[in-house]
Write a protein of this length. Structure first.
Lengths: 854, 373
């Protein structure tokens, strides 16, 4: 539209006018952002070269384009006229008119609007002009006021200047005066403080004044003050030291003292020493109390025991102590050497000594080590020095304390109530932990632990010896019980033996059988072991502080309890059993054979079950972790078995010897050459059979029957004598012919080849038959050897025949292989025949008659 | 020649008495006395040819009775004593006599042993040790290393010291003593100690050992069997009885049963070697290091090589290290009543069992070298 306008205007205006308009137009255009500079320039150039330009831009140069800038109405009209019909022209014309009209109205609106805008802009400008004017006036007014204010202010400050300087000076003088006054008043104040014993205030006052006095000490007045102060402070320090030295003051007072003295530039080292020596004197008093307790315990035990035979001497003296509740538990029998039980003792030690020690350490540390350091104090390296002193102090005292505790623990010999000791040790250990917390680097807790460990070890040793003595006591009881039936045959009751640990009541009962004795013995031993294990187990209880120390977790369980206690005890049992076998030589009669038998069975039982049971029990209770190799169960079992075997062997030997002795005496003391014709079996043989039977019964009580070789049903009726006499014949028949001396040997050797070779000395097995076989073998062998040493007459030989037949009738049933008895008896009769001056054997039937009669 | 097999010699009679010919130090010679009630008893002189392992025997008749004990003079090869049984009127008595062997026997160079067996010669009686008052003679002991002039006899409960005249034809009792005690005490054996100038005598009765001082004829020590403590060292070195019983105890514990040990002999030159003969018809050679008078350094235990090194540092007075059985000889089939070391060869010994079997054995070669080296 604008283009149309300008085109139409341009076309109407003259050339110069056009140019000017165009410039304006161009500016507007520029303003509105329509960039047709090139066109304008081109239009400017059109004037000169219109033709060329038309050629260059044909479409815009089209003069017939009504909206184009180069519209030529003439051409357009002509063209219309030429090309269009009338109607078309008419239409064209009306259309054009319509367009012109609308254009006109548009232009009018535009103009109107522009006009309005111009009007309002003008109004606005006018209004602004008014306002600016008003503002300018107010600004003037403001600057005038400001100037007035500045002037006033300057004037005021000018007037106040000298007053202010005066005030400053005055206040300075004032403080100085106050300081001076303080200084002048200081001696008096200090004196007053001294009187009121407000040492802390005095010291702080003095400290404040000290440097000043120091600085102005060249002035006489100040010097006087300073001297006064010094004197007073000297006095004060004196008093403080006095107080420090006095034992009576409490730890808190003391620490205050020390603090003040430190502030007074007392040498810290000296103070440390003094403090410690003071503390030491008090701790030493504690220690002496403990020591007195210990000393008292020794001599006191005698009288108290005498005075109070009912046996309650201990509990009374220290009432109210925490240990009092448990002290009645102490059995006076178990710790008769002390009035105060160990828990009480340790308690006292903890409450008095250890807590005081802790207090001392704490206050000492607060005073000398942990205090905030002022410059001059820090430089002296006090903490190191002080802590060094403290360590040696604590160490020396703790050593004494420990030695006391150790002595006390050593006095604890009784093994009855372990819980008391464990609790005491626990308390002891626990209290030492406090020291370790206070004094991290100290060796004291570890020493304490060492003591506990030592005590535990000692305890195990004691338990072991207690077990051992218990075992021996039990054996004595068993011995008495075994002896009792023999003694009490007449009906007299055996007085009840006062068994200390209440093991067996066997003594009182009429005649406890062997199995009963065995079971009661093994049961009581087992119970004892169990109770000891339970006691020892207290050491590792969860609530005991030292139970989680490595020693108690590992070595105590495995080396201490398992090896040191259980294994040692089992070994001791085996050892003492073996001892019975070995020492029997010199005091042979003192060990009753029944005891040997019983012990043998005991050891065998141990081998089969008890050992593994006990060890399993131990391992379970103590959760033993074996870091070091321990004795295996099998080794112990084999040891027990060995002991059992030895005991049984010894039993066989002893019983065999007893019977042998009878036989030997019977053979040696008789004149076999001049004896009368046998009418009876000799009483000795009956005795032998009786004894063998009783041994059989005795062994049968404890050992199983065992296997015996199958024998024919008519064994007892076996014609022994026929056999023997036939052999006899064979044996010395050739002797009548001296020309063939070798035949004897040959024949007997051939005979031996065919007869079953009998092993006379075979080991004993754990059964009745084997034991009896052994005894009978020994007896008969002795019989044989004795017979060979004698010379017989006819009747002597016949007596031997009778005796042997009698033995044959009764002994076969005891042995595993009856051939053995046959063989040996055969040898006896053979040897007797050989040693006979007039060998004329008795008739078998007569022998039988005699034997059956007697 | 590795550990030669034992040499066995059989006698036709039962026998208990065995002795080495003490005065003979060149040839290995043992004397055996037989026991027979019905026939003439014999003394067999057994010569052992070490090189060829052959036995030469000579037989002498001993007609007075069965021989219970025999001992050879340490000075004169041909002189010996016997204790023998005589039976008369159904009384049995034991007495003792000193005998001399015929000349040709004493040196062992008898030419024809075959003849002698057919035609045995008799012993020449030198003198009776007349002791009718004292009872049955148990044994007669020569003074060791002496000149063959002094004897000790043990009879029942009497000890008698005899002096022989130069010709040995007359013996007189120079002193005697009596064992007193409860019951009927009888000496069973004895031994003369070569130490202390031959003034000590040890005797055994039942289970007790007694020591006698021959100068005063008084008892100077006594111990019951089973005490394992030994008498003092020099005395111990030759006291067989004390060792006998001691050894009995040792062995009985070792062999599980109670084999009656009848005889114990110590090797003359190496006294840790102990020989025992027992009624279980075994002969046992033991190495009793614990009672040896030699320093341990010179002997290492045969059976326990592991201890060999330790032995070198040990002194004899220390604990017994390893008393061990070296060897058990089971050639016998009856009770062994006598064992004896040879006087000529310290590594050789003889044992005699009741059935008349004499066995000659040697110490195992390995052990021998160990002791020597």
């Amino acid at each position: 539209m604008d283009a149309d306008l300008s085109v139409s205007a341009a076309s109407a205006a003259p050339e110069s006018e056009v140019a000017r308009k165009r410039r304006v137009h161009g500016m507007l255009k520029q303003y509105y952002g329509i960039n047709d500079e090139g066109k304008v320039a081109a239009v400017a150039a059109v004037a000169a070269t219109a033709e060329e330009e038309e050629e260059e831009e044909p479409e815009s140069r089209d003069p017939c384009d009504i909206n184009g800038p180069h519209f030529d109405p003439e051409l357009y009209l002509n063209k219309l006229r030429k090309e269009c019909s009338l109607t078309e022209l008419m239409d064209q014309e009306s259309l054009m008119v319509k367009q012109i009209r609308s254009l006109d109205s548009d232009m009018q609106t535009l103009v109107y609007e522009n006009y309005n805008k111009f009007i309002s802009a003008t109004d606005t400008i006018r209004k602004m002009k008014n306002d600016f004017k008003k503002m300018e006036d107010e600004m003037d007014c403001l600057s005038a006021n400001m100037a007035a204010i500045t002037e006033f202010s300057a004037r005021i400050s000018g007037t106040l200047q000298d007053q202010h300087a005066q005030i400053t000076k005055l206040s300075g003088v004032h403080t100085l005066l106050r300081k001076l006054q303080f200084l002048f008043e200081l001696p008096a104040r200090l004196n007053k403080c001294l009187e009121l014993q407000a040492y802390a205030q005095a010291v702080s006052s003095h400290r404040r004044a000290r440097s000043v006095l120091q600085q102005y000490s060249h002035m006489p007045s100040f010097r006087g003050i300073q001297d006064d102060c010094h004197a007073i402070m000297e006095q004060l320090a004196q008093r403080l030291r006095q107080k420090f030295r006095d034992g009576g003051s409490s730890a808190k007072d003391l620490s205050e003292c020390v603090e003040l003295l430190l502030q007074l530039d007392e040498p810290a080292e000296e103070l440390c020493d003094k403090f410690l020596s003071h503390a030491q004197s008090r701790l030493e008093a504690d220690l002496q109390g403990l020591e007195a307790e210990l000393r008292e315990a020794g001599p006191a035990s005698g009288p108290t025991a005498l005075l109070d035979p009912s046996g309650k001497p201990s509990a009374a003296p220290v009432a109210g102590s925490p240990a009092d509740s448990v002290s009645p538990m102490t059995n006076p029998f178990l710790s008769p050497t002390s009035r105060m039980d160990i828990l009480e003792f340790i308690d006292r030690g903890c409450n008095e000594f250890v807590s005081n020690l802790c207090l001392v350490i704490a206050s000492y540390q607060e005073l000398f080590i942990n205090r905030p350091q002022e410059g001059d104090l820090a430089s002296k390296n006090i903490p190191q020095m002080a802590s060094g002193k403290l360590h040696s102090f604590v160490d020396s005292l703790a050593t004494r304390y420990f030695s006391l505790v150790e002595r006390r623990i050593q006095e604890e010999k009784g093994v009855g109530d372990n819980s008391l000791l464990v609790r005491a040790l626990d308390r002891f250990h626990r209290r030492l932990q406090a020291i370790s917390k206070l004094l991290p680097g100290s060796a004291v807790p570890s020493q304490g632990t060492e003591i506990v460990v030592q005590a535990a070890r000692e305890r195990i040793r004691q338990y072991l010896s207690a077990l051992q003595s218990f075992y021996l006591d039990s054996l004595t009881d068993v011995r008495q019980a075994l002896a009792a039936p023999r003694l009490s045959v007449g009906g007299s009751a055996v007085p009840a033996s006062g068994t200390l640990l209440g093991s067996s009541s066997g003594g009182k009962d009429a005649a406890p059988s062997l199995p009963e004795l065995l079971s009661s013995l093994s049961a009581s031993i087992l119970n004892q072991i169990k109770s000891v294990l339970a006691s020892v187990h207290l050491f590792t209880a969860k609530d005991i502080t030292f139970s989680n120390k490595p020693y108690f977790k590992g070595e105590f369980c495995s080396q201490g309890v398992r090896e040191g206690l259980v294994v040692s005890f089992i070994k001791f049992v085996c050892q003492s059993s073996r001892h019975f076998c070995e020492s029997a030589g010199d005091r042979g009669g003192s060990t009753p054979p029944a005891l040997l038998l019983l012990l043998s069975r005991l050891c065998l039982d141990y081998e089969t079950s008890t050992i593994s049971y006990i060890l399993t029990l131990t391992d379970e209770q103590f959760l033993v972790q074996h870091h070091v190799p321990v004795t295996p169960v099998t080794a112990l079992c084999s040891e027990a078995r060995e002991a059992a075997q030895k005991l049984l062997n010894h039993y066989v030997k002893v019983q065999g010897l007893i019977i042998s002795q009878m036989l030997r005496k019977s053979v040696e003391t008789r004149d076999w050459v001049n004896t009368i014709e046998p009418r009876n079996v000799r009483a000795v043989m009956k005795r032998v059979v009786e004894d063998t039977t009783s041994i059989d019964v005795q062994v049968g009580l404890l050992y199983e029957e065992g296997v015996r070789k199958a024998h024919s049903s008519d064994s007892s009726k076996r014609t022994f004598s026929v056999y023997s006499s036939s052999r006899q014949q064979a044996r010395y028949a050739p002797s009548y012919t001296p020309s063939a001396p070798m035949d004897t040997n040959l024949l007997s050797n051939i005979h031996k080849l065919f007869s079953e070779r009998i092993d006379i000395f075979s080991p004993v097995e754990f059964n009745k038959v084997s034991v009896l076989t052994g005894i009978i073998k020994i007896s008969l062998k002795t019989f044989l050897e004795c017979v060979r040493l004698r010379t017989f007459g006819r009747y002597g030989l016949q007596q031997i025949q009778v005796d042997c037949h009698y033995l044959q009738m009764y002994l076969w049933r005891f042995v595993s292989d009856e051939n053995l008895v046959h063989f040996l008896l055969d040898e006896i009769v053979g040897s007797a025949a050989h040693r006979c001056l007039d060998p004329a054997p008795m008739e078998q039937s007569v022998i039988e008659v005699i034997c059956e009669r007697g | 020649m590795e550990d030669d097999a034992p040499v066995i010699y059989g006698l036709e009679f039962q026998a208990r008495a065995l002795t080495a010919q003490t005065a003979e130090t060149d040839a290995i010679r043992f004397l055996v006395g037989t026991q027979s009630l019905k026939f003439d008893n014999q003394i067999h002189i057994i010569d052992f040819d070490d090189e060829n392992n052959i036995i030469n025997k000579s037989v002498l008749l001993h007609q007075v009775g069965e021989i219970w004990h025999m001992s050879a003079s340490p000075a004169d090869k041909s002189v010996l004593t016997t204790c023998y049984n005589t039976t008369s009127d159904s009384r049995v008595a034991t007495s003792a006599a000193v005998w001399r062997m015929p000349k040709e026997f004493e040196s062992g160079t008898h030419e024809s042993p075959d003849d002698s067996s057919n035609n045995p010669q008799a012993l020449e009686l030198l003198c009776h040790l007349d002791n009718a008052a004292q009872g049955n003679m148990a044994c007669v002991l020569w003074e060791p290393m002496g000149d063959g002039k002094r004897l000790v006899s043990l009879a029942d409960n009497h000890v008698a010291l005899w002096d022989l005249e130069a010709s040995s034809t007359k013996a007189t009792v120079s002193s005697s003593a009596t064992l007193e005690g409860k019951g009927q005490l009888k000496f069973t054996s004895g031994k003369w100690s070569p130490h202390h100038n031959c003034t000590q005598l040890a005797t055994a009765n039942d289970t007790a050992i007694r020591g006698w001082d021959l100068r005063s004829m008084s008892q100077n020590f006594c111990q019951q069997r089973g005490l394992s403590a030994n008498p003092s060292q020099p005395r111990r070195a030759a006291q067989d009885p004390s060792r006998c019983l001691w050894g009995e105890k040792k062995n009985s514990t070792r062999l599980l049963f109670f084999p009656r040990v009848w005889s114990v002999r110590y090797n003359h030159s190496h006294d840790q070697l102990v020989l025992t003969g027992s009624s279980d018809s075994r002969v046992i050679l033991s190495n009793m290091v614990s009672i040896s008078s030699e320093p341990f350094g010179h002997l290492a235990d045969e059976d326990d090589l592991s201890d060999g090194e330790d032995n070198h540092q040990e002194e004899k007075s220390k604990e017994p290290l390893q008393d061990s059985i070296i060897a058990t000889y089971e050639e016998h089939e009856d009770s062994v009543y006598a064992v004896e070391w040879s006087c000529a060869d310290p590594w050789l010994f003889a044992s005699l069992s009741y059935d008349g079997r004499l066995v000659i054995n040697r110490v195992p070669r390995a052990l021998k070298y160990r002791i020597l080296l």
